[in-house]
Design a protein around this ligand. Structure first.
Ligand code: NAP
Length: 303
């Protein structure tokens, strides 16, 4: 049966040409508005879950960084934060502009390929804010060519550099940070599904994330024994950030998730932040050595 004509599309066909794009625009506006309202309402709820807790954040590049979203959430819950940045002054400015409005005064340089800088960062954080209750490790790097060429063409130098910055750095932070961490502290890192499955162009970073996730389990066993410190990872779905832009074809991945994931959408950065809050607060006091997916369920789908 043919659809019944409405007065509008029979009498004023010229209006229809205008009305359709307008209604599409309105739907889009509605969706964006709904997301903003959801984000704002989540951000505005504070339960004081981090009152009295102090921690250090590695991996803020700008206000899109996943580390930044987690930091903002923790601050809203009462945490006191220290931040690190890569040594160049430009990087310091980028972090300072975000961190200072949160009341952070400890903003220290740290390239994780240099043990002396890691040591100095922890010493300075300890001097300024005292012993720490958490560490956020949100650091990854691989050369552009290794994220665009076929994986088997990865050079030795690119492989080792990616491993050092993206996986070993978590071990190094735990090594140097341990003496400054309180009993029962929590360490959180960020991973991606490419650790477990082949994701086009994720290449060497997938191998690094596999090493990172395995390191989480070994570190959890060591630090749990030492000081009841917990170590966990969030495996996040794709989010537009500076690092993500380095993965060639990243926008294809972004378009793929809403088609396949059980929630039929991409995740939002604030969802990584609320899960981060869970791992860094006492809400997850019995959880360690875990890799927790925040990916709209994508990892559960097998087709
Ligand atoms: P981002 O904002 O670019 O953060 C990456 C951070 O790593 C930057 O602050 C970068 O500093 C820092 N970094 C790189 N090399 C470093 C070094 N040698 N020493 C110290 N810091 C260094 O991107 P992001 O997406 O939020 O990434 C954070 C973490 O989330 C990464 O581990 C990433 O793999 C993971 N993750 C991201 C997604 C996603 O879709 N975005 C999904 C799953 C997991 P500079 O910018 O100053 O170089």
């Amino acid at each position: 049966m043919a659809p019944r004509a409405t007065p509008c599309n029979t009498k004023h066909p010229h209006l229809l040409a205008f009305a359709r794009p307008m209604s599409k625009l309105w739907d889009q506006f509605g969706a964006v508005y709904k997301i903003r309202v959801e984000e704002t309402s989540v951000k505005n709820i504070s339960m004081g879950l981090m009152d009295g807790k102090k921690g250090i954040v590695f991996g803020v590049a700008n206000d899109r960084s996943l580390a930044w979203h987690i930091a903002e959430r923790l601050h809203a819950e009462g945490a006191e934060l220290a931040f690190t940045h890569l040594p160049p002054a430009k990087m310091e400015r980028r972090v300072r502009i975000l961190a200072e409005p949160l009341g952070a005064t400890c903003i220290v340089p740290c390239d994780v390929t240099d043990d002396a800088q890691i040591k100095a960062a922890f010493q300075e954080a300890n001097r300024q804010i005292g012993h720490l209750d958490f560490i956020i490790h949100a650091i990854a790097f691989a050369s552009r060519s290794s994220l665009s060429n076929p994986f088997h063409k990865t050079s030795r130098a690119d492989f080792l550099q990616a491993m050092e910055i993206s996986a070993f750095s978590l071990v190094a932070l735990c090594q140097h940070g341990l003496r400054y961490l309180n009993e029962g502290a929590s360490v959180l890192t960020l991973s991606y599904l490419g650790a477990m499955k082949v994701v086009p162009q994720y290449n060497v970073m997938g191998v690094c994330k596999a090493a990172l996730e395995s390191s989480v389990r070994y570190l959890a066993a060591d630090l749990g024994r030492e000081k009841h410190i917990r170590v966990n990872a969030i495996s996040a779905g794709p989010v537009q950030t500076l690092s993500a832009a380095g993965v060639s074809g990243f926008d294809k991945i972004l378009r793929h998730y809403p088609q396949k994931s059980p929630l039929h959408r991409n995740i939002r950065a604030h969802e990584v932040a609320t899960s981060g809050l869970y791992f860094l607060s006492d809400l997850s006091s019995g959880v360690t050595g875990e890799v927790h997916y925040v990916d709209a369920g994508y990892n559960t789908i097998g087709w």
